[in-house]
Design a protein around this ligand. Sequence first.
Ligand code: PLP
Length: 398
Amino acid sequence: MLTMAGRMAQLGTESAFEVLARAKALEAEGRSIINLGIGQPDFSTPAHIVEAGRKALADGHHGYTPANGILPLREAVAADLHRRYGVSVSPDQVLVVPGGKVTMFFAAMMFGEPGAEVIYPNPGFPIYESAIRFSGATPVAMPLYEAKGFSFDAEEVLAKITPRTRLLILNSPANPTGGAVPRSALDRLASGLERHPHVAILSDEIYSEMIYDGAEHVSLLSYPALRDRVILLDGFSKTYAMTGWRLGYGVWPELLFAAAERLAINCHSCVNAAAQYAGIAALTGPKEASRKMLAAFAERRCYIVAALNALPGFRCATPGGAFYAFPHIAGTGFDSRALQSRLLDEAGVATIAGTSFGVHGEGFLRFSYATGLPALEEAVARIGDWLRRQVTARTKIA
Ligand code: PLP
C-alpha cells in the first residue's frame, strides 16, 4: 500500500483543463464545441521570436544555462521594466523560470507553512489557493467586487493582516475577472502596507501589457517603499503568445533572491536555452505583432461585453485588461456550476464557472475571448437560443 504525503490532498487544480478535456470528449462524439474556457491567445508566436528559438538550437545552445537565466535575457527584462515603469531593476534580481506559474509556487513555498496566513484574491487564479494550501498555510480570501470593477477594498484587505500574515498576493489585470486595479486603490493599499513590514507581496502582472481604453496598469514595482518585499511575477505567455514555450520571470528582492534561485536549482535547474533566446527576441525585437493581437482583443472585448449584456439574465462589467469577461449570471436562475455544464453539454459552448476561481465567484461565469470574432458571435447566439428554450420550457411547465 503506497502512502502519499498528506499535503497532496490539499492540491487544487485549474478547471480550465478539466473543461478542455470534457470539450474534447464531446467533440470526439461528433459534437461542435466552441471553447471559451481556456485562457491562451489564439495567435501564433510572432515569426521573429520563433526564428530566434530555432537559430539558438541550430547554433548549438543545447546545454544547461545558469540557473537564474542567461545574462542577455535578464538584461533585456531589466531594460523592458525600465522602459515600461521607469524603475531600475538589476539583472541580478531577475530569475528566469519556466512560465509565470513558477514564481507563484516558489513564493508560496518560501512563505507558507502551517500557522502562516497568506491573503489572496478571490475570485482569482485557482493556483494561488491551491499552492497556499499545499504549503500548509491558511489561505485568507481577499474578496474582489464587481461594483469596484473587480478591485479590492484596500481598508478591508489591510484589516485582514495579522501577525501571522506572511504574504499578500495581488493580480492586476486579473484572471478571471479582467479587472484592472485603479491607481487610487493601489496607492491606498501600498501606503497601508508600509505599516506591516512583515508582509511580503507577490504581484502577478502576467497580463500587464493587456490593458484597454480607460484602464491603466500600475506595477507594484513603482512603490519605492515596498521594493524590498515585492516579488514581481511576469512572463511571455500572454503578451507574446508563448504559452507553450514555458518562459516567465520573477523579480525578487535582493534578500530573497538566493532562496528563490535555490528553489529553481532544486526544481528545474534552468529554463531550456532556446526559449531564453526566443525571449530576448520578444523583448528587443519589433512589437507590431503584439500590438495587432492587443487590437484584436480590444475589438472582441467591445463585442462580447455588449453581446453578453444583451442576453437575458446576464450583466457584464467592462473589463479593463486581460482577455476575460466575467458576467454575473444569477439572473438566469442557474448557479455558476450548473450553467457551465448545461451550456457545454446542451449549447456546445465551453465556459468556466466563477466558483472555479473561489467562493466569491458564485453567480459569475468566465468567458475567454482569446478566440476569433465569428466564434464569439456563434457562441453568444447558441447561448441566447439555449436561454430562450429554458424560458419556453419553464412557461410550459407552469
Ligand atoms: N497568472 C495568471 C493570473 C494567469 O492567468 C496565468 C495563466 O493563465 C498564469 C499566471 C500562468 O502563466 P504561465 O502559463 O506563463 O505559467
